[in-house]
Design a protein around this ligand. Structure first.
Ligand SMILES: [Zn+2]
Length: 357
């Protein structure tokens, strides 16, 4: 029955779908001018413009998507708990706009590995030697990373079954990537892209080891002090302002590469930690990285078992009225990532989002 509701909605056409009392969940990460090659920063200036658009909609926390009445709603979420979202959330508060913040509890007050990588790549170096999985690479790099550069996978790139990115495959698809271990001349931006996707599907101690060895080869590493997770005090402060706090695992590893036991520990411990920090039940969870290759059906089951009420993914899609009424697919809620869009584009995107099934 529910499947047929979805297919009849699909037939309605985008213009009509807009008039349904559906909801969307939008996801921010950082509100900052710090260069961010991962495309997850919205400038404070653009964020102010987003607020002007959002204030004309009914906004809510992710939890409130399922609360009555059934109206068109936008749930606002912030993943990763970056310290630079605090002024942005204070601004939202002034407009009476609610939001949910998902925190990786083991990284409170610390830096993510990809931000350390970004600091290294915005520093000056000409040569890098890297050993990954027994392969030794020497890279002669040229061309600095531009401030607006955003990494992206080559078109049609499909991750192999064990999630390891083979440089050979990468080379076939992008046409300009190193094939085997050896010495290569490479643009800094390309190297950063390859390294990011290579490291993303590795375990944390290994990632840290590789980053440490790279860091030792670069003199005067640039520092981006805002590229860190907020502290415990900040989490409490945001809760006091009325924002919902949700869990985002402990160490923000890709869930699909962890054992079942490890996944459960990551999910359960982040919930327990936040509950004792703020003294309240935590209802919401957000899958790290959140794409379909980043978590498994087993991960979804564990989130349910650990007593959460809902979970957000990074998969795009609107939350249709029948989903809200029957509370279905609550542990795989779709969301839309917000990029650094100026006002007109943001406004257009929001309207589009409500029609993407
Ligand atoms: Zn995250």
């Amino acid at each position: 029955m529910i499947g047929s509701i979805k297919s009849s909605i699909k037939k309605m056409g985008k213009k009509l779908i807009w008039y349904l009392p559906s909801s969307i969940i939008i996801a921010y990460h950082r509100i900052s001018d710090t260069p961010n090659p991962y495309g997850i920063s919205v400038s404070p200036e653009n964020f102010k413009e987003h607020i002007r658009i959002l204030k004309d909609f009914q906004t809510c926390t992710a939890s409130e998507i399922f609360s009555k009445p059934l109206t068109k709603k936008i749930a606002i979420t912030f993943d990763d708990g970056y310290v630079d979202i605090i002024p942005a959330l204070e601004e939202l508060k002034r407009y009476g706009i609610k939001a949910t913040v998902f925190i990786p509890t083991g990284l409170i007050g610390k830096k993510f590995w990809w931000d350390e990588l970004s600091e290294i790549f915005f520093s000056k170096f000409q040569k890098l030697e890297i050993e990954i999985d027994g392969s030794r690479y020497t890279f002669d790099v040229y061309c600095e990373v531009s401030k607006n550069f955003i990494i992206s996978l080559p078109k049609n790139f499909i991750l192999s079954q064990n999630y390891s990115l083979s440089p050979t495959k990468f080379h076939q698809l992008s046409g300009n990537f190193p094939i085997l271990s050896g010495r290569y001349k490479i643009k800094k931006e390309e190297l950063l892209t390859w390294l990011y996707f290579k490291l993303k599907y590795m375990r944390l101690p290994k990632i840290e080891e590789i980053i440490k060895s790279i860091k030792e080869q670069v003199r005067d590493v640039v520092k981006f002090p805002e590229s860190r997770v907020m502290g415990e005090k900040d989490v409490k402060h945001l809760r006091k302002l009325g924002f919902e706090i949700g869990a985002h695992t402990v160490m923000h590893e890709v869930m699909s590469i962890l054992s079942e036991k490890e996944q459960e520990a990551e999910i359960r411990e982040s919930k327990n930690y936040l509950e004792s920090l703020i003294g309240e039940k935590i209802y919401g969870f957000s899958y790290p990285f959140g794409l379909k290759e980043d978590f498994l059906q087993k991960t979804v089951s564990k989130v349910k078992e650990c007593g959460f009420d809902y979970a957000c993914t990074g998969i795009k899609g609107v939350i249709l009225p029948h989903q809200i009424i029957f509370k279905i697919e609550r542990f795989m809620l779709k969301r839309f990532m917000v990029m650094n869009w100026p006002k007109q584009i943001f406004e257009r995107k929001i309207k589009e989002f409500f029609t993407i099934i």
